[in-house]
Design a protein around this ligand. Structure first.
Ligand code: HEM
Length: 217
Protein backbone atom coordinates (compact mmCIF):
# COMPACT_ATOMS: atom_id res chain seq x y z
CA UNK A 1 0.00 0.00 0.00
CA UNK A 2 2.77 2.38 0.97
CA UNK A 3 4.49 1.64 -2.30
CA UNK A 4 1.37 2.41 -4.32
CA UNK A 5 0.78 5.69 -2.44
CA UNK A 6 4.39 6.75 -2.94
CA UNK A 7 4.19 5.92 -6.64
CA UNK A 8 0.91 7.84 -6.93
CA UNK A 9 2.28 10.95 -5.21
CA UNK A 10 5.41 10.87 -7.35
CA UNK A 11 3.32 10.33 -10.49
CA UNK A 12 0.97 13.23 -9.76
CA UNK A 13 3.77 15.61 -8.78
CA UNK A 14 5.79 14.91 -11.92
CA UNK A 15 5.08 17.09 -14.91
CA UNK A 16 4.82 14.06 -17.22
CA UNK A 17 2.34 12.38 -14.87
CA UNK A 18 0.14 15.45 -14.79
CA UNK A 19 0.17 15.66 -18.58
CA UNK A 20 -0.90 12.04 -18.77
CA UNK A 21 -3.78 12.71 -16.39
CA UNK A 22 -4.79 15.65 -18.60
CA UNK A 23 -4.61 13.45 -21.67
CA UNK A 24 -6.65 10.52 -20.33
CA UNK A 25 -9.38 12.71 -18.84
CA UNK A 26 -9.44 14.99 -21.91
CA UNK A 27 -9.79 12.10 -24.35
CA UNK A 28 -12.52 10.74 -22.08
CA UNK A 29 -14.39 14.04 -22.57
CA UNK A 30 -13.94 13.70 -26.34
CA UNK A 31 -15.71 10.36 -26.12
CA UNK A 32 -18.48 11.95 -24.06
CA UNK A 33 -18.82 14.83 -26.55
CA UNK A 34 -19.17 12.40 -29.46
CA UNK A 35 -21.92 10.39 -27.73
CA UNK A 36 -23.66 13.56 -26.49
CA UNK A 37 -23.69 14.91 -30.04
CA UNK A 38 -25.06 11.68 -31.53
CA UNK A 39 -27.75 11.65 -28.83
CA UNK A 40 -28.70 15.28 -29.43
CA UNK A 41 -28.94 14.74 -33.18
CA UNK A 42 -32.06 12.63 -32.50
CA UNK A 43 -33.71 16.04 -32.31
CA UNK A 44 -33.78 16.00 -36.10
CA UNK A 45 -36.15 13.03 -35.84
CA UNK A 46 -38.72 15.23 -34.10
CA UNK A 47 -40.09 15.58 -30.55
CA UNK A 48 -41.08 11.96 -29.96
CA UNK A 49 -37.86 10.54 -31.33
CA UNK A 50 -35.79 12.87 -29.15
CA UNK A 51 -37.84 12.12 -26.03
CA UNK A 52 -37.65 8.39 -26.61
CA UNK A 53 -33.85 8.72 -26.80
CA UNK A 54 -33.83 10.61 -23.46
CA UNK A 55 -36.10 7.95 -21.96
CA UNK A 56 -33.81 5.14 -23.12
CA UNK A 57 -30.83 7.04 -21.75
CA UNK A 58 -32.41 7.40 -18.31
CA UNK A 59 -33.54 3.78 -18.53
CA UNK A 60 -29.88 2.82 -18.18
CA UNK A 61 -30.25 3.78 -14.50
CA UNK A 62 -27.14 3.01 -12.46
CA UNK A 63 -24.95 3.03 -15.56
CA UNK A 64 -25.84 6.67 -16.15
CA UNK A 65 -25.27 7.58 -12.51
CA UNK A 66 -21.87 5.89 -12.67
CA UNK A 67 -21.02 7.74 -15.90
CA UNK A 68 -22.05 11.03 -14.28
CA UNK A 69 -19.80 10.42 -11.27
CA UNK A 70 -17.05 9.50 -13.72
CA UNK A 71 -17.52 12.78 -15.60
CA UNK A 72 -17.40 14.84 -12.40
CA UNK A 73 -14.27 13.00 -11.25
CA UNK A 74 -12.63 13.48 -14.67
CA UNK A 75 -13.56 17.18 -14.62
CA UNK A 76 -12.03 17.70 -11.16
CA UNK A 77 -8.80 15.94 -12.19
CA UNK A 78 -8.61 17.73 -15.57
CA UNK A 79 -9.22 21.19 -14.09
CA UNK A 80 -6.96 20.76 -11.02
CA UNK A 81 -4.03 19.39 -13.08
CA UNK A 82 -4.60 22.00 -15.78
CA UNK A 83 -4.41 24.80 -13.22
CA UNK A 84 -1.23 23.39 -11.63
CA UNK A 85 0.44 22.99 -15.04
CA UNK A 86 -0.63 26.52 -15.99
CA UNK A 87 0.95 28.08 -12.90
CA UNK A 88 4.05 25.88 -13.11
CA UNK A 89 4.59 26.95 -16.71
CA UNK A 90 4.14 30.58 -15.77
CA UNK A 91 6.58 30.34 -12.89
CA UNK A 92 9.13 28.72 -15.20
CA UNK A 93 8.73 31.56 -17.71
CA UNK A 94 8.12 34.81 -15.77
CA UNK A 95 8.56 37.03 -18.84
CA UNK A 96 6.26 36.12 -21.69
CA UNK A 97 7.78 35.72 -25.13
CA UNK A 98 8.03 38.98 -27.05
CA UNK A 99 7.33 37.08 -30.22
CA UNK A 100 4.93 34.15 -30.20
CA UNK A 101 6.77 31.25 -31.72
CA UNK A 102 4.85 29.01 -34.02
CA UNK A 103 7.72 26.66 -34.64
CA UNK A 104 7.38 25.19 -31.15
CA UNK A 105 3.99 23.81 -32.00
CA UNK A 106 2.14 26.84 -30.59
CA UNK A 107 -1.29 27.16 -32.20
CA UNK A 108 -4.40 29.17 -31.38
CA UNK A 109 -5.74 26.09 -29.66
CA UNK A 110 -2.72 25.45 -27.45
CA UNK A 111 -1.99 29.09 -26.59
CA UNK A 112 -5.54 29.71 -25.43
CA UNK A 113 -6.38 26.36 -23.84
CA UNK A 114 -6.24 27.52 -20.17
CA UNK A 115 -8.67 30.33 -21.01
CA UNK A 116 -10.99 28.35 -23.27
CA UNK A 117 -11.01 25.69 -20.53
CA UNK A 118 -12.24 28.23 -18.00
CA UNK A 119 -14.91 29.48 -20.43
CA UNK A 120 -16.08 25.89 -20.98
CA UNK A 121 -16.48 25.47 -17.23
CA UNK A 122 -18.67 28.57 -17.17
CA UNK A 123 -20.68 27.34 -20.19
CA UNK A 124 -21.11 23.94 -18.55
CA UNK A 125 -22.36 25.38 -15.25
CA UNK A 126 -25.05 27.37 -17.07
CA UNK A 127 -25.85 24.43 -19.37
CA UNK A 128 -26.31 22.04 -16.44
CA UNK A 129 -28.35 24.56 -14.44
CA UNK A 130 -30.79 24.91 -17.33
CA UNK A 131 -30.88 21.30 -18.63
CA UNK A 132 -29.78 18.93 -15.88
CA UNK A 133 -30.66 20.41 -12.50
CA UNK A 134 -34.22 21.27 -13.40
CA UNK A 135 -37.46 19.90 -11.98
CA UNK A 136 -38.71 17.85 -14.92
CA UNK A 137 -41.98 16.63 -13.41
CA UNK A 138 -44.07 19.02 -15.49
CA UNK A 139 -41.74 19.81 -18.38
CA UNK A 140 -39.78 17.59 -20.79
CA UNK A 141 -36.27 18.06 -22.12
CA UNK A 142 -37.80 18.88 -25.50
CA UNK A 143 -39.79 21.83 -24.15
CA UNK A 144 -36.83 23.14 -22.15
CA UNK A 145 -34.73 22.96 -25.29
CA UNK A 146 -37.23 24.62 -27.60
CA UNK A 147 -38.08 27.31 -25.02
CA UNK A 148 -34.43 28.25 -24.66
CA UNK A 149 -33.28 27.84 -28.25
CA UNK A 150 -36.00 30.02 -29.72
CA UNK A 151 -34.50 33.01 -27.89
CA UNK A 152 -31.73 34.90 -29.68
CA UNK A 153 -29.53 35.28 -26.59
CA UNK A 154 -29.60 31.60 -25.76
CA UNK A 155 -28.83 30.69 -29.37
CA UNK A 156 -25.84 33.05 -29.42
CA UNK A 157 -24.72 31.71 -26.04
CA UNK A 158 -24.81 28.12 -27.32
CA UNK A 159 -23.02 28.95 -30.56
CA UNK A 160 -20.28 30.82 -28.68
CA UNK A 161 -19.95 28.01 -26.13
CA UNK A 162 -19.65 25.32 -28.77
CA UNK A 163 -17.09 27.29 -30.80
CA UNK A 164 -14.95 27.62 -27.66
CA UNK A 165 -15.31 23.86 -27.04
CA UNK A 166 -14.23 23.12 -30.64
CA UNK A 167 -11.14 25.36 -30.33
CA UNK A 168 -10.19 23.69 -27.03
CA UNK A 169 -10.66 20.22 -28.51
CA UNK A 170 -8.74 21.07 -31.70
CA UNK A 171 -5.64 21.33 -29.53
CA UNK A 172 -6.56 18.83 -26.83
CA UNK A 173 -7.29 15.85 -29.05
CA UNK A 174 -3.94 15.92 -30.78
CA UNK A 175 -2.05 16.89 -27.65
CA UNK A 176 -3.62 14.03 -25.71
CA UNK A 177 -2.52 11.43 -28.23
CA UNK A 178 0.94 12.94 -28.32
CA UNK A 179 1.29 12.81 -24.53
CA UNK A 180 0.17 9.20 -24.33
CA UNK A 181 2.74 8.35 -26.98
CA UNK A 182 0.12 6.58 -29.01
CA UNK A 183 1.30 8.38 -32.08
CA UNK A 184 3.98 6.67 -34.03
CA UNK A 185 5.81 9.41 -36.04
CA UNK A 186 4.33 7.80 -39.11
CA UNK A 187 0.78 8.43 -37.91
CA UNK A 188 1.36 11.87 -36.35
CA UNK A 189 0.08 13.93 -39.31
CA UNK A 190 -2.89 11.57 -39.58
CA UNK A 191 -3.83 11.98 -35.90
CA UNK A 192 -3.42 15.74 -36.16
CA UNK A 193 -5.70 15.81 -39.18
CA UNK A 194 -8.20 13.54 -37.45
CA UNK A 195 -8.15 15.87 -34.41
CA UNK A 196 -8.98 18.86 -36.62
CA UNK A 197 -11.75 16.93 -38.38
CA UNK A 198 -13.10 15.75 -35.01
CA UNK A 199 -13.24 19.30 -33.61
CA UNK A 200 -14.91 20.61 -36.77
CA UNK A 201 -17.54 17.83 -36.66
CA UNK A 202 -18.18 18.52 -32.96
CA UNK A 203 -18.38 22.27 -33.61
CA UNK A 204 -20.60 22.12 -36.69
CA UNK A 205 -22.76 19.32 -35.23
CA UNK A 206 -23.49 21.11 -31.95
CA UNK A 207 -23.91 24.53 -33.60
CA UNK A 208 -26.44 23.07 -36.04
CA UNK A 209 -28.86 22.25 -33.19
CA UNK A 210 -29.58 25.75 -31.80
CA UNK A 211 -29.60 27.09 -35.38
CA UNK A 212 -32.09 24.41 -36.47
CA UNK A 213 -34.37 24.89 -33.45
CA UNK A 214 -34.26 28.68 -33.84
CA UNK A 215 -35.04 28.66 -37.54
CA UNK A 216 -37.41 25.69 -37.79
CA UNK A 217 -39.09 24.96 -34.46
C1 HEM B 1 -26.31 22.51 -28.88
C2 HEM B 1 -25.64 22.08 -27.89
C3 HEM B 1 -26.15 21.20 -26.78
C4 HEM B 1 -27.43 20.74 -26.52
C5 HEM B 1 -28.70 20.98 -27.31
C6 HEM B 1 -27.36 19.94 -25.31
C7 HEM B 1 -28.43 19.30 -24.71
C8 HEM B 1 -28.40 18.63 -23.50
C9 HEM B 1 -29.54 18.03 -22.85
C10 HEM B 1 -30.95 18.00 -23.39
C11 HEM B 1 -29.10 17.50 -21.67
C12 HEM B 1 -29.94 16.78 -20.61
C13 HEM B 1 -30.07 15.30 -20.95
C14 HEM B 1 -30.86 14.58 -19.89
O1 HEM B 1 -31.94 15.02 -19.50
O2 HEM B 1 -30.36 13.53 -19.47
C15 HEM B 1 -27.67 17.75 -21.58
C16 HEM B 1 -26.86 17.36 -20.55
C17 HEM B 1 -25.49 17.57 -20.51
N1 HEM B 1 -24.71 18.25 -21.43
FE1 HEM B 1 -25.38 19.06 -23.15
N2 HEM B 1 -26.05 19.92 -24.88
C18 HEM B 1 -25.29 20.69 -25.74
C19 HEM B 1 -23.92 20.93 -25.68
C20 HEM B 1 -23.09 20.46 -24.68
C21 HEM B 1 -21.66 20.64 -24.65
C22 HEM B 1 -20.85 21.40 -25.71
C23 HEM B 1 -21.21 20.02 -23.52
C24 HEM B 1 -19.82 19.92 -22.97
C25 HEM B 1 -18.91 20.85 -23.08
C26 HEM B 1 -22.35 19.46 -22.84
C27 HEM B 1 -22.31 18.75 -21.66
C28 HEM B 1 -23.40 18.21 -21.02
C29 HEM B 1 -23.32 17.48 -19.77
C30 HEM B 1 -22.04 17.19 -18.96
C31 HEM B 1 -24.62 17.07 -19.44
C32 HEM B 1 -25.09 16.27 -18.22
C33 HEM B 1 -25.10 14.80 -18.57
C34 HEM B 1 -25.69 13.99 -17.43
O3 HEM B 1 -25.77 14.48 -16.32
O4 HEM B 1 -26.10 12.85 -17.69
N3 HEM B 1 -23.48 19.73 -23.59
N4 HEM B 1 -27.28 18.45 -22.71
Amino acid sequence: MGFIMKWLVRFVSSSAGKKQLMAVTGLGFCLFLATHLVGNLTLYGGRDFFLSYIEHLHGLGYLITAAEFGLVFFALVHIATGLVLFFENRAARPVSYAVKKNAGGQTIGSATSPYTGLLILLFLLIHLLTFRFVDKTSITDFEILTQKLTQTWWVLFYIAGVVVVAIHVSHGFWSGFQTLGLNNPKYMPLIRRFGIIFSVVIGVGFVSIPVFVFLVA
